[in-house]
Unconditional design. Structure first.
Length: 242
C-alpha cells in the first residue's frame, strides 16, 4: 500500500450511477479498488431535484433542440460533493474542454482525488461554470458522446493506473506512449517467426544499448508519421533542452 493515510478518491456526479464501476471494477484497476488503493463514490444528480417529478433539465433559453441541465440542481449536487471531498479537483467532462493529456492525467493522479461532473442532454447551464471557476472543463477527444460517464471512465482508468501499487512494475509507465512525448515503439514476443514475419534481430541480440536505440528510433519514426503535432512538440522540447 501507498504510505498515504487516505486513498486517492473519485466521486462521480451522474444521472446513471449504475454505470459505475463498470470496467473500472476489472483487471488491475479493479483490483486496486478492491485493495483500497483508490476509492469510488457516485452521487445521483437527480437526488438534488426539488419538484415531485425530480426534474433535472429544462428547455434552452432562446430556443433550440434538446434540453439543458438546470443550474440549481447541478450546483447543489456539485456543492454537496465538494463538502464531502473538499480537497478533490473538480472536473466537468465536456467536448468544449481542453483535451486530456498524459501530463494532465499525471497531475490529477498526484493529487488527493477528483470530483467528476457528467453532463447529459445538451449540457449544463453556463451559470454553473461561471459560479464555480475551479471547475475544470476537460474533453477526451474531438467527438460527441451521449453523456460524460464514458469520458469519466476513461479519465479514471488513466489516473488510477498511475497510483502506487496499482501496476506492479513502476518502470512499466516509463516507455508508454506520451510519457516521453513520443508514441510507443512496437512490441514483439514469441514465437520468433510467425506467418513468415520475424522478430527484429536487434531485439534478440541481448545488447541493451542497441535495443534502447532501436526502440527510440522506432518511437520517433512512428510519432513523426502518425502524430506530426506530437513530433513537432518533441523536436522543440529536445532542441530546447540540448
Amino acid at each position: 500500500m501507498s504510505p498515504q493515510l487516505l486513498p486517492w478518491t473519485a466521486c462521480v456526479l451522474t444521472l446513471f450511477p449504475e454505470m459505475f464501476p463498470g470496467m473500472l471494477g476489472h483487471s488491475l484497476v479493479g483490483r486496486g479498488l478492491e485493495e483500497g488503493r483508490w476509492s469510488l463514490d457516485t452521487l445521483q444528480i437527480r437526488d438534488f431535484a426539488t419538484d415531485k417529478h425530480n426534474t433535472v433539465d429544462d428547455t434552452p433559453c432562446g430556443g433550440g433542440a434538446g434540453m439543458v441541465m438546470r443550474p440549481d440542481v447541478v450546483a447543489d449536487a456539485l456543492e454537496a460533493a465538494s463538502v464531502r471531498f473538499p480537497m478533490a479537483r473538480k472536473v466537468f467532462l465536456t467536448p468544449r474542454g481542453k483535451t486530456l493529456t498524459q501530463e494532465k492525467v499525471r497531475e490529477l493522479a498526484e493529487g488527493p482525488g477528483v470530483i467528476l461532473l457528467c453532463g447529459r442532454y445538451e449540457g449544463i447551464d453556463q451559470r454553473v461554470l461561471d459560479e464555480h471557476d475551479d471547475l475544470e472543463e476537460i474533453s477526451i477527444g474531438d467527438y460527441v458522446l451521449s453523456g460524460g460517464e464514458s469520458a469519466a471512465t476513461v479519465l479514471l482508468d488513466a489516473c488510477v493506473r498511475l497510483l502506487p501499487g496499482v501496476i506492479g512494475k513502476e518502470a512499466s509507465h516509463e516507455d508508454e506512449s506520451f510519457e516521453a512525448g513520443l508514441l510507443e515503439y512496437p512490441h514483439y514476443t514469441r514465437p520468433r517467426v510467425w506467418r513468415g514475419r520475424e522478430v527484429p534481430e536487434t531485439l534478440l541480440s541481448g545488447h541493451h544499448e542497441k535495443i534502447l536505440a532501436w526502440r527510440k528510433s522506432q518511437a520517433q519514426r512512428i510519432t513523426q508519421d502518425r502524430r506530426p503535432d506530437l513530433w513537432e512538440a518533441y523536436c522543440k522540447e529536445t532542441k530546447g533542452s540540448a
